[in-house]
Design a protein around this ligand. Structure first.
Ligand code: CA
Ligand code: CA
Ligand code: CA
Length: 320
């Protein structure tokens, strides 16, 4: 009897367990903020703050946080977006479409009795700054009763929505999923990532919908200065999260690909370095004590060889 009761009790959870679970749990795709796969953090963003409550303009827009709170590594310092608010990040270098996830978004969701408190956002990317393509989002959250600011949610209900994972974990996105989505989007030259707060209302006039036309039910109204998605950081992945080869990860430098003539940061100690062109000719030589190299002036494929205490390390460098 006890076993039967347990099964009955679990049934609603199993029925809705569709996507990967919370950060830190087996099978989760969430990426911890200290993961060595992160190469760098976004450093340029434009905000369009939303209203505290979309159907009560008299309350005005949300006020908590500013652009700088969304830049750099995750630090629990956040900027609130409000209903439908947006944050658009810009990158000098295109984001490289590596194996698996390419970037991750950090919000300040947390675990509490019964589940998680989460606020969600759509993610859109663009290569030209004009035409944005949205990651196909899915919500399996119940849509019969409005989620309040005291209700609990489960990470498994959501897919391709930033904020589905609690701090200090980021929610990952893979550009490969958008490969054939639009003629205007070149997934190998994405320079813009936009975060768009989900208006969690079930009201037909304000609701946000997933890719299948289902309303996304999340905390609403959030009629206070910190309403809506609380954006902490956006990290770009330079190593596949599935790459467990720490030896490979330890010898990071970048950006790579790099624009001609820009500084390349080297994140490990080396004694000497050589940049050679495709014909094997050395075009630059660096001595001990320097932690920055300069990318060559001409576009092309180069090789950078580092002499380290652990031996010679060779890396391919793409200059565009
Ligand atoms: Ca990818
Ligand atoms: Ca919201
Ligand atoms: Ca922050």
């Amino acid at each position: 009897m006890k076993k039967l009761l347990t099964l009955i009790w679990l049934a609603p959870l199993l029925a809705t367990a569709q996507f990967d679970p919370a950060g830190g749990e087996p099978g989760s795709k969430a990426i911890h903020r200290n993961d060595a796969a992160f190469g760098y953090w976004a450093d340029s963003v434009k905000l369009v703050k939303g209203l505290q409550q979309i159907n009560n303009p008299g309350l005005g827009p949300v006020t908590l946080g500013q652009a700088s709170d969304a830049l750099g590594a995750p630090d629990n310092s956040t900027v609130s977006l409000g209903d439908g608010g947006q944050a658009t990040f810009y990158f000098d270098q295109p984001i490289v479409n590596i194996e698996g996830a390419d970037f991750a978004v950090f919000e300040n969701g947390f675990k509490w009795p019964g589940g998680y408190f989460l606020e969600l956002a759509f993610i859109e990317v663009s290569s030209n700054g004009k035409d944005f393509v949205r990651f196909p989002a899915t919500s399996k959250a119940d849509t019969t009763k409005q989620t309040s600011n005291l209700a609990y949610m489960e990470c498994e209900w959501f897919d391709n929505l930033a904020g589905k994972h609690q701090a200090p974990y980021g929610t990952p996105f893979d550009l490969e999923e958008l490969k054939d989505s639009s003629d205007e989007l070149k997934i190998d030259s994405v320079r813009y990532i936009r975060i768009v707060d989900v208006v969690g209302s079930l009201n037909d006039s304000f609701a946000s919908y997933d890719q299948f036309g289902t309303k996304i039910n999340e905390p609403w109204p959030t009629n206070f200065p910190s309403g809506g998605f609380d954006l902490d950081a956006l990290g770009i992945l330079e190593w596949a999260v599935s790459t467990n080869d720490l030896h490979e990860r330890q010898f990071r430098f970048g950006p790579n690909p790099a624009r001609a003539n820009v500084d390349l940061n080297v994140y490990f100690e080396f004694e000497e370095a050589w940049i050679t062109n495709g014909q094997g000719s050395v075009i630059e030589h660096y001595e001990n004590g320097q932690s920055q190299l300069l990318a060559p002036k001409s576009t092309g494929i180069y090789f950078v060889q580092f002499k380290t205490r652990k031996g010679l390390i060779t890396r391919r460098l793409c200059v565009y």
